[in-house]
Design a protein around this ligand. Structure first.
Ligand SMILES: [Zn+2]
Ligand SMILES: [Zn+2]
Length: 534
């Protein structure tokens, strides 16, 4: 009897222990997985790391064509690349060499390309994040310049998107780790030469109190992929993932010497997206120094006290009923007709569109914004497009851009990180309406008195399906990225400038004033001077 009783008690106790560790179907205990992954790479011995080699940058949202399976354009290599990540101090410093004149100085790689900002002038580039502040330095000894807050937050998030960083973040308060398992086969979902299906575990944690970050852990207890979702104004919820391969021993720790980072879904055929961008950054960084790091870089006073980018809209009257709505890196232009308004360009984000629309409503009370002409689908030029869809505008775009805009941008999909007006109040009745006009060669918006012509600009390496607009009576041309005036013109004409020049000649446009999206309005003579004497 006693033996039976003892046995029953033992079974009861065992059941209770099992119950205490029971997880819902599909879920498993994350703690042993994290502990094994930590042991595998010697994470406890690592407080910071410096690694160097050669990388590449991909410009997310700046492709020439928005079709499936096209990689983000590589502007240049990141030569002499060195990065120090210090998890104790929450800092990261990247330095590299890159050709001047090709990209905004504030952009390092991936998301964050912003036209209308200073162009990179020196070779040596430095990008630093310290807590919630981030800045860049264009050339040794140059003044540090703050990067916008949304970029700074992504840089901060990126500190934890590597194997030791993830394991350290999983122990922070509020991380709330959860784990699941799945079988992965061949190249489905991760890199590596997988010959048979492998049982993988995925641990998710919350980072910065906001971002859900997942790590895929292989049967060797190595973290192979870390992914998260951020908010991107044009596309909404936006996938970012780092793949780390060739995890090599350096003393008592292991660190991956080959990296690449996908931004956007790394997917060619399964999702209903036209844009499935791939590599945003990567390279081989074989020189690894565990626990070698500079003293933490203090936040420069100029960065700490940098004012938030202005959201004020400035208004310049170019002709009766024709206005430039400026005040930031990207302009919009408003043309007032008898019964309606047309707008050229909806850049940046929803906040910008709402501020611009507020001014349009004051300038032309009671007139609907009937048309929104979008020049081209580079992300910094379309981040505010959905706002116009919401207020009932018809989006005028080129035929080559409509598939991408319809599927990826002008949709009612949920946005979990930063829901906008369209996501929160999806105007389903508009889906039965007249949402877009996809044009081929040219298009006319008129009330039979004022005329606004819209033209397809070709040929153009910058992007396929570029539109410009022209008011023949006022002799005003609106254009994006063909001729920027926010800085002195380049020493010799760019291909985009030549395209603009040829376009004006071919269409016999008698332009007096150029209204660029980037920079102030200028007379045509300014452009001719920049084209050179010939
Ligand atoms: Zn631009
Ligand atoms: Zn562009």
């Amino acid at each position: 009897m006693n033996r039976l009783f003892a046995a029953s008690a033992a079974i009861l106790l065992a059941c209770e222990l099992i119950n205490a560790q029971t997880f819902p179907p599909g879920y498993v205990d994350p703690l042993p997985l994290l502990a094994a992954a930590s042991k595998e790479i010697g994470e406890a011995n690592l407080r910071c790391i410096t690694f160097s080699g050669a990388g590449y940058d991909g410009a997310v949202g700046q492709t020439a064509e928005y079709n499936q399976n096209i990689d983000w354009p590589r502007i240049d290599a990141l030569a002499n690349y060195t990065r120090t990540i210090n998890w104790e101090t929450g800092t990261s410093k990247e330095t590299f060499d890159r050709k001047p004149g090709l990209n905004p100085a504030s952009w390092k790689y991936g998301l964050g390309w912003r036209g209308g900002t200073p162009v990179q002038k020196q070779t040596r580039q430095t990008h630093i994040v310290n807590g919630s502040h981030a800045w860049h330095i264009d050339g040794e000894g140059s003044e540090p310049a703050a990067v916008p807050p949304e970029d700074a937050e992504r840089y901060q998030l990126d500190l934890w998107l590597n194997p030791p960083g993830f394991l350290k973040a999983a122990r922070l308060p509020g991380a709330n780790p959860k784990a699941i398992w799945r079988w992965e086969q061949i190249e489905m979902g991760r890199d590596g030469n997988v010959v048979a299906a492998e049982k993988m575990h995925v641990v998710s944690i919350t980072v910065l109190g906001k971002y859900r970050v997942e790590a895929t852990i292989n049967p060797q207890n190595q973290i192979q992929r870390i992914k998260t979702t951020v908010s991107e104004p044009a596309l909404g919820d936006f996938n970012i993932e780092h793949e780390s391969t060739e995890q090599m021993p350096f003393g008592s720790v292991k660190w991956p010497i080959v990296w690449h980072s996908h931004q956007g879904w790394d997917d060619n055929y399964q999702f209903d997206n036209a844009s499935t961008g791939h590599n945003a950054y990567g390279g081989k960084f074989p020189n690894v120094q565990p626990n070698v790091c500079d003293d933490p870089v203090p936040v420069p006073e100029a960065v700490r006290s940098a004012a938030a980018p202005s959201s004020a809209v400035t208004i310049e009257t170019m002709a009766a009923g024709v206005y430039r709505l400026g005040g930031t890196t990207h302009n919009s232009y408003m043309v007032e007709f008898r019964d309606f308004v047309a707008v050229f360009e909806a850049p940046l984000n929803e906040a910008r569109s709402l501020a611009v629309i507020e001014e349009i409503v004051k300038l032309a009370p009671g007139k609907p914004i009937r048309w929104l002409i979008t020049s081209h689908p580079h992300f910094d030029h379309i981040g505010g497009l959905r706002t116009y869809l919401h207020i009932g505008s018809t989006i005028v775009t080129h035929r080559k851009a409509i598939d991408f805009l319809n599927r990826d941008v002008l949709n009612y999909r949920a946005r979990t990180i930063n829901p906008d007006i369209v996501a929160l109040w999806p105007p389903t009745e508009l889906s039965e309406g007249y949402n877009f006009e996809a044009i081929n060669e040219n298009y006319v918006i008129t009330d039979n008195s004022r005329i606004l012509r819209v033209y397809y600009v070709q040929p153009l390496a910058h992007v396929a399906g570029m539109l410009m607009a022209y008011l023949p009576a006022e002799r005003i041309a609106f254009e994006a990225d063909l001729f920027d005036t926010h800085e002195a013109p380049p020493p010799s004409p760019t291909p985009a400038m030549r395209s603009f020049f040829n376009q004006a000649r071919r269409m016999k446009l008698d332009i007096a004033t150029i209204g660029p999206v980037h920079g102030p309005t200028v007379p045509w003579s300014t452009f001719l001077n920049a084209m050179g004497a010939r």
